[in-house]
Design a protein around this ligand. Structure first.
Ligand SMILES: [Zn+2]
Ligand SMILES: [Zn+2]
Length: 219
């Protein structure tokens, strides 16, 4: 998985953040700084140790509340055996993968922690202990940051309404590196885009169609 050291400004996966709402998605260039937390990699040591009671549950509550940067890649847990390294959201009957999402947690005015949704798994399964500032911010999390009008959300975001706004995105096969353009109209949060992407990749690259990552929107 992409590695960014904790509490650095290294987060650089995407210029834009995309937040999912009931009506569709809002894509914007953040005015807040993004501080990396929990972008672990098997090649790098990470802090372990106890976390406060209820912390892992509080983290899981943040995943999807709101959903941030969904469907932007399929990352596996590098610390689990490969056949079980695709981590499901425990609230979803195994149909929704944590690997597709990120979370944002306000740190202080103008600064947001940026973490992969997999951070819940790292804490609950691999004893990862995130930085104390992040632990505290999670315990005080208020999902209202994403409710407009919000100082966190710039007014010039791009809105895509479910079932109405077609999109073109670039996907890259993780194994062979080929890129594919995917055109679709999202009509349901998450799922349809994922199945379409997988189907299209399997048609064009049968051997490697299971792992892909989102490159960027075609602008
Ligand atoms: Zn794991
Ligand atoms: Zn391939």
């Amino acid at each position: 998985m992409t590695y960014f050291a904790d509490l650095t400004h290294a987060y650089s996966l995407f210029d834009h953040d995309t937040v999912r709402y009931e009506w569709g998605t809002l894509d914007y260039r953040p005015r807040y700084e993004r501080l990396s937390v929990g972008w672990l990699d098997a090649s790098q040591p990470f802090d372990t140790g106890p976390v406060p009671d209820g912390f892992a549950d509080a983290l899981l509550d943040i995943v999807g509340n709101p959903a941030v940067n969904e469907t932007r890649g399929l990352h596996r847990c590098e610390f689990c055996p490969s056949d079980t390294s695709l981590i499901a959201d425990p609230r979803s009957d195994g149909e929704s993968w944590l690997a597709f999402r990120e979370i944002r947690v306000p740190a202080r005015p103008g600064v947001m922690f940026a973490a992969p949704a997999l951070i819940w798994h790292y804490v609950s399964a691999h004893a990862y202990r995130p930085p104390a500032e992040f632990v505290e911010a999670v315990q005080h999390y208020d999902a209202g940051w994403a409710t407009e009008p919000s100082p966190w959300i710039p007014p010039d975001g791009e809105r895509a309404v479910w079932g109405r706004t077609a999109r073109n995105v670039m996907l890259r096969c993780v194994r062979c590196g080929q890129k594919f353009e995917l055109h679709y109209t999202p009509d349901e949060p998450g799922r349809r885009a994922l199945s379409l992407a997988t189907q299209q990749l399997r048609e064009q690259c049968p051997d490697h169609g299971k792992e892909w990552e989102f490159c960027d929107k075609v602008r």
